[in-house]
Design a binder for this molecule. Structure first.
Ligand SMILES: C[S@@+](CC[C@H](N)C(=O)[O-])C[C@H]1O[C@@H](n2cnc3c(N)ncnc32)[C@H](O)[C@@H]1O
Length: 244
């Protein structure tokens, strides 16, 4: 299970399985963040674990100076291709969340669509948030778009299957050792591939207290991308906006 994220996000099957997490989904979240933080055009944004660049490139298209980084070269190539096709100046580089080195400062740092909680201990999971604090200008914002652990625990679907582009995708989910784990099996033309996901389940109270210990203040909190108020029982997401 250790380092499961290296194989899964390096596979081009990831984007097929998460096809529904598309540009429209990204625009909604980016607009929620921009409306809440009200950062001005031309501000500097860092999108950590940017994947295929759907948020980073949208922020760029809105007139911000955007840098994105990710561990997966497969996804970074998708992000770069999209930036070129849309004539955007988004900068991308490859780095691990646990040791990002950057010389410039930002007004907004984002960690979107559960790009958090992958490692085996709190020290590694929270390391990037300390880096984000150091990389932000005073009054800058850090946004964590994470799952709602209570919702996951109460609504876990143990197994589901669907067909995408002629491939059968079976997802088996379980909660073990305060983590939500998913085994993804993809079958196409008699070839079977299997991947794992494993994300730490942190409550809102725990996250807010750990992130405030780093030096941030909680600025805003939403329960979904349209911007509804967070409810521990009913929200599917937990979108926390902090200010330095
Ligand atoms: C669920 S995806 C979200 C991607 C993107 N934020 C989006 O919403 O499309 C998680 C991302 O985290 C990246 N990632 C996983 N482990 C990482 C690490 N150790 N350092 C940097 N990026 C990592 C993956 O490559 C993947 O792009």
């Amino acid at each position: 299970m250790k380092d499961w994220f290296k194989d899964w996000f390096a596979s081009d099957l990831y984007l097929a399985v998460y096809k529904h997490r598309d540009e429209a989904d990204a625009y909604q979240l980016c607009n929620l963040i921009l409306n809440s933080t009200k950062i001005s055009k031309g501000s500097f944004i860092l999108d950590a674990a940017c994947g295929g660049g759907r948020h980073a490139n949208y922020f760029s298209s809105c007139g911000f100076n955007v840098t994105g980084f990710d561990l997966s070269k497969t996804l970074l190539n998708v992000a770069l291709k999209q930036a070129r096709e849309q004539n955007l100046n988004t900068k991308f580089f490859c780095s691990d969340l646990r040791n990002v080195v950057l010389m410039k400062k930002f007004d907004l740092v984002t960690n979107l669509f559960t790009s958090f909680g992958y490692f085996e201990n709190d020290k590694e999971n929270f390391a990037f948030i300390s880096s984000a604090f150091a990389l932000l200008n005073n009054d800058g914002f850090y946004v964590l778009d994470y799952l709602n652990p209570s919702y996951i625990e109460k609504n876990l679907i143990e197994e589901s299957s669907r067909k995408i582009d002629g491939a059968e995708i079976v997802e088996r989910r379980m909660i073990r050792n305060r983590r939500v784990e998913k085994e993804i099996t993809i079958r196409k033309n008699d070839i079977e591939k299997r991947f794992l996901e494993s994300v730490s389940l942190y409550s809102k109270e725990f996250l807010v207290s750990k992130i405030c210990e780093i030096g941030f203040n909680l600025f805003d909190c939403f329960g979904d991308y349209p911007g509804n108020t967070y409810s521990e029982d009913n929200s599917q997401r937990m979108i926390l906006i902090f200010r330095k």
